[in-house]
Design a protein around this ligand. Structure first.
Ligand code: GDP
Length: 443
């Protein structure tokens, strides 16, 4: 999970502070020393850590903090605010021109960073918001890259403009813009070629495109897992080409988070999105404040609400809530509910967004995919009638279901029991599952 090891460490440090009624300057300094170590171990740039600790120390040993009723909480609040500042304080969105003009986005990055995948992810988001994107294959060195873009474009239902590998990227870009004008596309996204390392040829090619095409913005894609290398790559691209925004991919697998925490502070350029998985829907707008709260285990309720809104069909949710209240909840609903949780990124991802739960629930405490698969198999082995009316499940029916699903009857019994409990619990929960009135703040 993103930031997991850093998050664990910080939460442990702050657990100690929170418990204390009074704090001395030395308490704060000792805690911040540990914070410093944790950040360095997370591969945050040394300079950034030094400045961060300096700022937090100055603010935290002020008299107002030490004399306050909850000094520990105040220190945590300061760390939260400064982490937010580090990552950019404000949310920066992709710059888009009005619909009647053509926005041109140049995607850049090293090979393997996730550029092509991310390009398709963005196209999907733009399409979803009513834009008419056109993807452009400007990587003329790897025929496989052109093909990959085409496949991903198809998946997103977004057209892909390609001219094979015998033209100069700048010419392909020019032709693509003409194509966009004729076909009413208003966002042109150039997927340029990456290399294994930053090299002259790649940079010159990008400069040629930049100087000859009216680019609205340049977006650099970097791989979170490469830590400080990602920050160095960003610095070089920014010096040679100029970058307007950054996308950090593979944050889902980055337990340390050093790149995400340093890249804005080092380059001065904002993180626009973060990649949270291989699926084309796994791209999230980057909110510095929410990310800081997540790192500190304070949860991210706003993201949870948004995920729920995206994953859950409001009409169906309302309908389900009504049936729940009337105790008509069935195994078919259970299946659907499981599907929605999967859409929201799985249980562990969801739980990490809930304040106070974040650091406490570990992956191994949750049912894994295999267990969920068995639950599905059991439900699928029921007849339609049994799914709709679980009360008729007598021992011989349960035996048959267990056989059909290839599990022991005790697992069927356990599921039926859990189901009954869930049913009781949900009946008592007001306004669950998005069926209630939509409430939302910020965004
Ligand atoms: P490119 O060479 O920069 O165009 O990179 P690709 O788009 O081909 O991606 C390289 C690999 O990274 C592929 O296997 C992608 O599925 C994977 N990938 C891209 N973004 C993410 C992400 O956010 N999370 C994870 N886990 N994998 C990603």
């Amino acid at each position: 999970m993103a930031f997991e090891s850093l998050s664990d460490k910080l939460q442990n440090i702050f657990k100690g502070l929170r418990g204390k009624g009074r704090l001395t300057e030395d308490d704060v300094k000792a805690a911040l020393k540990e914070v410093k170590m944790a950040l360095l171990e997370a591969d945050v740039s040394f300079k950034v850590v030094k400045q961060f600790i300096k700022t937090v120390t100055e603010r935290a040993i002020g008299q107002d903090v030490l004399n306050s009723l909850t000094p520990g909480q105040m220190v945590i609040k300061i760390v939260n605010e400064e982490l937010t500042n580090l990552m950019g304080s404000e949310t920066t969105k992709l710059k888009l021109l009005p619909d009647n003009e053509i926005t041109v986005i140049m995607m850049m990055g090293l090979q393997g960073a996730g550029k092509t995948t991310t390009t398709a992810k963005i196209a999907g988001k733009l399409k979803g918001s009513g834009k008419k994107p056109l993807l452009v294959a400007c990587d003329v060195y790897r025929p496989a890259a052109v093909e990959q873009l085409q496949i991903n474009g198809d998946k997103q239902g977004v057209p892909v403009f390609a001219m094979g590998t015998n033209h100069k990227p700048v010419d392909i870009a020019r032709a693509a813009i003409e194509h966009a004008k004729k076909n009413n596309n208003n966002v042109v996204i150039l997927d340029t070629a990456g290399r294994l390392h930053v090299d002259e040829d790649m940079m010159n090619e990008l400069i040629e495109i930049r100087d000859n095409i009216d680019i609205t913005q340049t977006v650099l894609v970097v791989d979170a897992m490469t830590g400080q290398d990602a920050v160095n790559v960003a610095t070089q691209f920014n010096e040679k080409i100029g970058i307007d925004g950054i996308i950090i991919t593979k944050l889902d697998g980055d337990t340390r988070g050093g790149a995400a925490l340093s890249i804005k502070a080092v380059t001065g350029k904002p993180i626009l999105y973060v990649g949270m998985g291989e699926k084309l829907s796994d791209l999230e707008q980057f909110y510095p404040d929410r990310m800081a709260s997540r790192i500190l285990g304070m949860g991210d309720v706003l993201s949870l609400i948004e995920k729920a809104e995206q994953a859950i069909d409001q009409e169906k949710a309302k309908d389900m809530e009504q049936r729940l209240r009337k105790a008509q909840f069935t195994f078919d609903d259970y299946l659907e509910y499981m599907g929605q949780i999967k859409n929201m990124g799985g249980l562990s991802e969801m739980l990490s967004l809930i304040p106070g739960l974040g650091g406490q629930i570990k992956e191994d405490m949750l049912p894994d995919d295999k267990q969920l698969g068995r639950i599905e198999a059991i439900i699928y082995s029921m007849t339609k009638e049994e799914r709709g009316n679980p009360d008729i499940l007598n021992p011989s029916r349960k035996q048959r279901i267990a056989k059909g699903a290839g599990v022991d009857i005790s697992e069927v019994n356990k599921l039926v029991k859990q189901f009954d409990q869930a049913k009781k619990m949900m009946k008592n929960m007001p306004g669950m599952m998005g069926g209630g009135k939509k409430k939302r703040r910020g965004g």
